[in-house]
Every structure is written in structure tokens, then in C-alpha cells.
Design a binder for this molecule. Structure first.
Ligand SMILES: Cc1cc2nc3c(=O)[nH]c(=O)nc-3n(C[C@H](O)[C@H](O)[C@H](O)COP(=O)(O)OP(=O)(O)OC[C@H]3O[C@@H](n4cnc5c(N)ncnc54)[C@H](O)[C@@H]3O)c2cc1C
Length: 434
């Protein structure tokens, strides 16, 4: 059986490993103490609870992600409302509303009748058309209009999907998401997230699956260099923090590390080199939070008009996401937490049986400095080029994976999983991505 060495145990590496498990002898080398990369959960002592490094929101449209979850028997670990509902609260107007998409392709939700963004005009929907037809160099801002639809829906959607501000964000990447979700109807837009945590959904079941196929997983093993043969045609070995690994004839290497690490290991490789951070605030309450009505059904609220963007209700933990957070890099963490807590109270108190305490409960602010590459037209151009859907590396036994490779999507779980499958196919194995 051929051997495949997978460097990097994030979701791109795990997606490749799971796809290959029955086809090859797989070994993963992961620098960190555990797999999962930027999508992981861990026990936090301050909160005495398992939290995610950052809240992750999926859509039912993320087909490759759900295929991956089916293979590792983990679809049941994902939850979300049965209908495509998105409760929102405008912090500046102190007003809530729910975007209630129609399940099918016909967008009845756009018609007046309480399901659409309040105050929006039909002609504002032209912005969606501009996004799906956007050219490579077009920015999101140049597609959005002035109206309510942009301010209350498209702008927050764009910032969280791209993790990049509107002025510089790529309209083409956002348009690709619109085409795969909103344009396919509400059934493709069911919001989804892990019931417990990211590792419990995406990582632990994958590792159990891989162990059944006798795959080897080496954590705390950092790859420090790749050695090529004299002609630079193939990888012959690589150095790790635990010794040298020989790559025999017929073996394959999948490099599924972050963009800066890939650039370091392969200095001639073009990679994105500007990044955006994401901040996540987690608050621990003495008991589980029960909200009323639509918020209880959805278990999350989109927030506009403040610092906070998405608020998730997870038992006794309230978690808030702040995207494109480079703009808040200099803001003191305690001040950020205080601001976010006051926004959480304003948004949730109207739907809670008893108001949240004024004093902030135990809290943690996590800032992922390089959460995603900056999804701008310039950075998108720096993603490694593909031929026939495969990334060109110039080395016959090396394939690349990672959300930053050219997936035509911004940095997302779906992109990471897709990239792992593309690498499997580039290595000559069976994969749904050709
Ligand atoms: C806070 C936050 C919120 C997010 N929210 C969402 C969301 O709501 N929806 C969504 O779809 N996506 C979201 N994302 C993006 C998503 O998490 C990523 O796109 C995805 O996890 C990237 O997976 P990856 O495998 O490409 O990269 P990574 O997860 O970065 O994996 C790379 C792996 O390589 C390892 N590695 C690095 N160097 C070496 C080395 N030298 N040797 C061996 N191993 C090495 C790393 O430790 C890491 O495990 C979010 C990301 C963050 C950080």
C-alpha cells in the first residue's frame, strides 16, 4: 500500500487523511499538542468549561463539510434550527427582527410580509446581482448600496464570511458564497454549529475513524524542512522535531500547514501574506440560559450597530464573535470584554425571563491574530495557482492543502475540507474533487 505523509493536522490535513484512510497508509505530523488547528475546542480553566477557540458558523450548503461529517459518523454532533431563520438585533436602534428565508429556491422572503429585513426596498437586491457577477478586482463596498439591506444584512454577512472589511474585501469571493447558499434557496442556508465544540465534531471522531484504519498520528511533531532530490523534482525526506522521515519512491507528501509555514518550507511558493484576526469573547453564567421564542429556536443572534457580531447561546456559556478584528488590535482586552458584555445584555435581556447580571461574569477574550488570510482581491491573487483543479508545486510527489490555497472560497471550513480533497486527487487517489 502507498504511504502518504500529511504535514499539518488542521481540517485540511484531516480531510485528506480521512479520504485516504482506506486507500493508503496515512501518517499525520502535527506541530501542536493536538489536531484541529484553527478549528479546535479546549478546556479553559478560567471558565471551567470546554470552549471553542472561536465560534464557527456553517451553512447546510457546505456540502463537503457534511460529507466529511458523514464519513466520520459525526453529523449528529451538529445542531441548528430546522428552518432558515436568522434573528438579528440592532444595538444602535435597540430593535430586533428575524430574517426568515423561504426554504425553496423562490425567494418569497423578499416580498413584504414580515420575513425580510425591515425597511428594505426591493431595488436594493441589485447588490446581490452585482456580487455574483463581480470581477476579480471588485471590492464588496463597490457592490453594496446605501440602503437598509446593506447595513442590516449584507454588510454583517460580508464581514463575517470574508473576515475582511467592506472597503477591501473581495466581491468575487463573497459572490461565490452567495451563489452556493442564498441563490440556491433557504434549504441551503440552514445555520449549523457544533452542539458541544469543534474538536468534538470535527477532530475527535476523525481521529477515531483514522485509528480504525491504522493511520498514525504524531502530535507535537513540527516539520522544519523539506529535502528535495538533486533535480528539485521530488521530496526525498523531511526533518521534524522528532527526527528525519524518509520519503520513499511511490510515497506522497501532502503539505497542509498555514500559509506562512508553507512559504517558509517552500520559499518560491506564492502565498497570501496579509491576515485578519478574529476575537471571541466567552462568558460563563451560573446556569444554562433559556431564551424565549425565535432566539431559543436559533440559539444565536446576529448583532449590528456595535462591536459584537454573532452571539451564541451554548448552555451556560455565551460566546460572541468579532470578525475583521485587526481594527481592535490596540483595544485593551478588559475594555473590549466590558463593551461586549453590555451589548450582550442589551440584545438578550428582551428575550430572557430574568435579565442578565449587570456585573460581568467570568470571561475570556481570545484573539486569533492570523485567523484567516485577508480576503482582498490582491491576496486572492497570491493564492497558489491551479492546473486542472490541482495546485502546481513543481514537485512530483507533493500536493498542497489549506484554506489559503486556491479554493475560490474565503478562508472557511468548507474551503479547508475542499482543499484536502483536491490534494488527495492531485496525489492520484480517489476523491470527489477532480
Ligand atoms: C476564530 C476563528 C473563527 C472562524 N470562524 C469560521 C466560521 O464561522 N466558519 C468557517 O467556515 N470557518 C471559520 N474559520 C476558519 C476555519 O477555522 C479555517 O478555515 C480552517 O480551520 C482552516 O483549516 P486548515 O487545515 O486549512 O488550517 P489550520 O487549521 O491552520 O491547520 C494547519 C495545521 O498545521 C499545523 N502546522 C503548522 N506548522 C506546522 C509544521 N511546521 N509542522 C507540522 N504541523 C504544522 C498547525 O498546528 C495546524 O494544526 C474561523 C477561524 C478562526 C480562527
Amino acid at each position: 500500500m502507498s504511504r502518504v505523509h500529511i504535514i499539518g493536522g488542521g481540517l485540511a490535513g484531516l480531510s485528506a487523511a480521512v479520504e485516504l484512510a482506506a486507500q493508503a497508509q496515512v501518517t499525520i505530523y502535527e506541530a501542536g499538542p493536538a489536531c484541529g488547528g484553527r478549528a479546535r475546542s479546549f478546556y479553559d480553566r478560567t471558565l471551567d468549561a470546554v470552549i471553542d477557540n472561536g465560534n464557527h458558523l456553517l451553512l447546510s450548503a457546505n456540502e463537503l463539510t457534511f460529507r466529511y461529517l458523514d464519513i466520520i459518523s459525526a453529523r449528529h454532533t451538529i445542531t441548528g434550527p430546522d428552518t432558515p431563520i436568522f434573528p438579528f438585533f440592532d444595538l444602535s436602534e435597540h430593535r430586533g427582527w428575524t430574517l426568515h428565508l423561504s426554504r425553496g429556491k423562490i425567494p418569497f422572503w423578499m416580498l413584504p410580509g414580515g420575513r425580510r429585513v425591515p425597511g428594505m426596498k426591493l431595488k436594493e437586491l441589485g447588490a446581490l446581482w452585482k456580487l455574483v457577477r463581480a470581477k476579480a478586482e471588485t471590492t464588496v463596498e463597490s457592490c453594496l448600496g446605501e440602503g437598509t439591506l446593506s447595513r442590516k444584512l449584507l454588510a454583517p454577512f460580508a464581514i463575517s464570511a470574508l473576515n475582511t472589511d467592506l472597503e477591501t474585501g473581495s466581491a468575487r469571493l463573497l459572490g461565490n458564497i452567495v451563489q452556493k447558499s442564498l441563490a440556491r434557496g433557504g434549504h441551503a442556508c440552514l445555520p449549523r454549529f457544533p452542539k458541544v465544540g469543534l474538536s468534538e465534531s470535527f477532530v475527535d471522531p476523525a481521529l477515531d475513524y483514522l485509528k480504525r484504519y491504522h493511520a498514525q498520528i504524531h502530535c507535537s511533531t513540527r516539520v522544519t524542512s523539506l529535502n528535495q532530490d538533486g533535480d528539485g523534482g521530488r521530496i526525498t525526506s523531511f526533518e521534524t522535531s522528532n527526527g528525519v522521515i524518509t520519503v520513499d519512491e511511490g510515497d506522497y507528501v501532502i503539505l497542509a500547514v498555514t500559509a506562512p509555514v508553507a512559504q517558509n518550507l517552500l520559499p518560491t511558493l506564492p502565498t497570501p501574506d496579509a491576515f485578519e484576526s478574529i476575537a471571541n469573547a466567552h462568558f460563563r453564567l451560573p446556569e444554562d440560559i433559556t431564551a424565549r421564542g425565535i432566539v431559543d429556536q436559533a440559539r444565536f443572534v446576529g448583532l449590528v450597530g456595535g462591536v459584537s457580531e454573532w452571539l451564541f447561546l451554548k448552555g451556560h456559556i455565551l460566546s460572541v464573535t468579532v470578525s475583521a478584528a485587526n481594527r481592535y488590535a490596540k483595544r485593551d482586552s478588559s475594555e473590549m470584554l466590558a463593551t461586549i458584555w453590555s451589548e450582550v445584555r442589551r440584545a438578550l435581556d428582551p428575550v430572557l425571563p430574568t435579565p442578565l447580571p449587570v456585573a460581568m461574569p467570568p470571561a475570556r477574550l481570545l484573539r486569533e491574530k492570523r485567523a484567516t488570510f485577508a480576503a482582498t482581491p490582491e491576496q486572492d491573487k497570491k493564492r497558489p495557482r491551479t492546473r486542472d483543479g490541482h495546485i502546481i508545486t513543481g514537485l512530483s510527489n507533493l500536493a498542497l492543502a489549506g484554506d489559503w490555497t486556491q479554493t475560490e472560497l474565503p478562508s472557511t471550513i468548507e474551503g479547508a475540507i475542499q482543499s484536502g480533497l483536491a490534494a488527495v486527487s492531485a496525489a492520484g487517489f480517489r476523491s470527489p474533487i477532480i
